[in-house]
Design a protein around this ligand. Structure first.
Ligand code: DGY
Length: 333
């Protein structure tokens, strides 16, 4: 009997259709956002699922779907999935690392620059017709990127890629904080220097947050950290909502505690803290860090490769390319 899989969100039919060669596929072409109970209902009897960050894969869901063997999440982050609960039940989880590193680093840089140089504020100014009547030499002054100090919180693949852009492309001084400092040769390639977190907060002209979300990174940037920052500094979050305390950030932005922020991710997204929506010195984007055509297609391809292999089909049967909990593969069924 053919295995059956659920594709929870719409993406690229020409890529996802490859699943139909191997499996019976149920999908969601209208891209409806299902409730948790609807997701559980649709997963009944399914052997695998291609999921996204908006799907919560927790113990209750796994217990209600005992046939599920593989959850292949499209995205490098997987804080929507209870990994321990998957592993305990022998469910394989895969993600999509590497293919999105440079695209997401490009985007982090773009968002930082947009915040520092007030790009979206300037765009609103032009659209409102104000340039014609009130354009002045000293209008919409921002902060330089070149020569400034770039701070990076979280120095994984994306953090390192951002560091290289800053150090080698824009002549920035790059400092970072990470749970574990990088090996000296990797630091040298990145042109970056390890500092304690308090020094990162105090010294950065532009701080980018790239640390994955976990219980230990919840509100890693809160009121106390924000108070340590320069009033001329910018903060960019491309990591996950919840790593930055959005309410504290809104308050600090309103008081002029920092100059500007660039936010691609939000606590409780797609909801956005109303005070952030009211701030003119924040650039807001809808979680599109990896959203280039080539990269989103590569993520979809990798997710399909993972699902095909995880369910024992295709040339890599039993060897999905990017497992998060590979120990499940070693446990005999
Ligand atoms: C990722 O890959 O984790 C992106 O944030 C998309 O969810």
């Amino acid at each position: 009997m053919r295995a059956s899989v659920l594709v929870t969100r719409a993406s690229f039919p020409d890529i996802v259709d490859r699943l139909r060669t191997h499996f019976d596929v149920s999908d969601n072409p209208s891209d409806t956002l299902w409730t948790q109970d609807e997701l559980i209902e649709r997963l009944q009897g399914k052997d695998g699922a291609m999921t996204a960050g908006s799907d919560r894969i927790d113990a209750r869901l796994l217990d209600a779907c005992p046939q599920l063997k593989a959850v292949c999440n499209i995205g490098v982050g997987y804080n929507n999935v209870d990994v321990a609960a998957c592993t305990e039940r022998g469910v394989l989880l895969t993600n999509t690392p590497d293919v999105l590193t440079d695209t997401t680093a490009d985007f982090g840089f773009a968002l930082m620059m947009a915040a520092a140089r007030r790009i979206t504020e300037s765009e609103r100014y032009v659209r409102d017709g104000k340039w014609i009547t009130t354009g002045r030499f000293d209008m919409l002054l921002g902060a330089d990127i070149h020569g400034a100090t770039l701070g990076i919180l979280g120095m994984g693949r994306i953090g390192q890629s951002i560091a290289k852009r800053g150090a080698h492309g824009f002549g920035m001084k790059v400092i970072y904080h990470n749970r574990t400092p990088l090996a000296p040769e990797v630091e040298a390639q990145c042109g970056a220097r390890y500092v304690e977190k308090s020094a990162l907060m105090r010294e950065s002209d532009h701080l980018i947050v790239v640390v994955p979300y976990s219980a230990s990174s919840h509100h890693a940037i809160g009121a106390a950290e924000l108070r340590q920052m320069k009033s001329s500094a910018t903060l960019t979050n491309i990591a996950r909502g919840g790593v930055v305390d959005d309410a504290a950030l809104a308050a600090v932005l309103k008081e002029g505690g920092i100059a500007a922020a660039g936010l691609d991710v939000f606590e409780g997204e797609p909801r956005i803290h109303p005070e952030l929506l009211a701030c003119s010195n924040v650039v807001l984007t809808p979680h599109i860090g990896s959203a280039s055509v080539a990269t989103r297609r590569a993520m979809a391809r990798l997710t399909v490769d993972n699902l095909v292999a995880a369910l024992g089909a295709g040339p890599d049967a039993g060897r999905p390319p990017t497992p998060v909990n590979p120990e499940v593969l070693r446990t005999p069924a």
